[in-house]
Design a protein around this ligand. Structure first.
Ligand SMILES: Nc1ncnc2c1ncn2[C@@H]1O[C@H](COP(=O)(O)OP(=O)(O)O)[C@@H](O)[C@H]1O
Ligand SMILES: [Mg+2]
Length: 267
């Protein structure tokens, strides 16, 4: 099997076992369901009444710096419990059922160095699988399969600090894919990458059959997305078809950018 075919095979296995070819209305629970999600930290409302219900495979979250996007991603991943409302990913209550959450949702942060904890690629990829309760033998197989699918078998014992930022980002993505989550959250994953690396990552992501929630302040990166959510000051401004919401967001950002008053520019 060539490396592309292998990647395809692995990614197919990461998809829903329904053979439906993706996440559609036949899925018993919505892929992403947020119901009135609030997050208050030290008396300050960071997220306010966020409600989303979507089976779209490709969901974008748009918002300016400081609007609450990364916080929302952490809440969807179950890393930060909301202080009000409900979060479910493919039916899993991600904040309460942490082990099930590991199989439901994975998160790729903007900076791979905030994610990586082990010195070698093999150890980094095995970690999540062991956390999910796999034996060492099962985890080793999962790691080998994932690396092979990306033609990176030779990276197994590589020291992570010897890899470039783009390569480290790919390690993080492979670690997530190895766990075969139903939903992958991308928190501005292209921000630190040069154009060729970003294009490579885009191609890898296009092949992923798990659902994707892509967080960005740049509406141009979500042209091919189905559903979009625009948030500002922790609340939903608009949601609907990605093309429509991206257009509204872009127009509003141009309008704000045309002003001279820097007091309106956060982040
Ligand atoms: N743990 C925290 N404690 C206090 N404030 C926080 C915390 N996490 C995020 N915030 C605040 O919430 C707001 C949204 O932050 P963030 O989610 O990082 O926005 P974005 O990713 O859209 O730039 C910011 O004002 C930030 O300072
Ligand atoms: Mg952020």
């Amino acid at each position: 099997m060539g490396s592309f075919a292998q990647a395809r095979w692995l990614l197919d296995r990461a998809a829903l076992p329904t053979g439906s070819g993706g996440f559609d209305v036949t899925h018993p629970s919505p892929l992403l369901a947020l119901d009135g999600v609030d997050l208050v930290i030290d008396g300050r409302a960071i997220l306010r009444g966020i409600t989303v219900q979507s089976d779209a495979c490709r969901i974008a979250v748009l918002g300016r710096n400081g609007s609450g996007k990364s916080t929302l991603a952490r809440v969807i991943a179950g890393l930060v419990p909301s202080t009000g409302g409900e979060v479910r990913v493919a039916g899993v209550d991600v904040a309460r059922d942490r082990r099930a959450a590991l199989g439901a949702v994975g998160i790729l942060f903007q900076n791979p160095d905030h994610q990586i904890i082990f010195p070698t690629v093999g150890e980094e990829l095995a970690f999540g699988l062991l956390q999910m309760g796999q034996t060492k033998v099962q985890a080793a197989e999962g790691v080998a399969d994932t690396l092979a699918a990306f033609g990176k078998g030779h990276w197994h014992d590589a020291a992570i600090h010897t890899l470039s930022q783009g390569q480290r980002q790919l390690v993080c993505l492979m670690a997530i894919l190895a766990m075969r989550p139903k939903l992958i959250l991308l928190d501005e994953p292209f921000a630190g990458l040069d154009i060729p690396t970003a294009l490579h990552l885009t191609r890898v992501l296009a092949r992923v059959e798990a659902g994707i929630v892509h967080i960005t302040h740049d509406p141009r990166t979500i042209a091919a997305y189905d559903h979009a959510l625009w948030i500002d000051e922790g609340a939903v401004v608009a949601q609907g078809p990605a093309v429509t919401v991206a257009g509204e967001f872009e127009a509003r950002m141009q309008e704000i950018g045309a002003r001279d008053d820097l007091a309106h520019i956060s982040g």
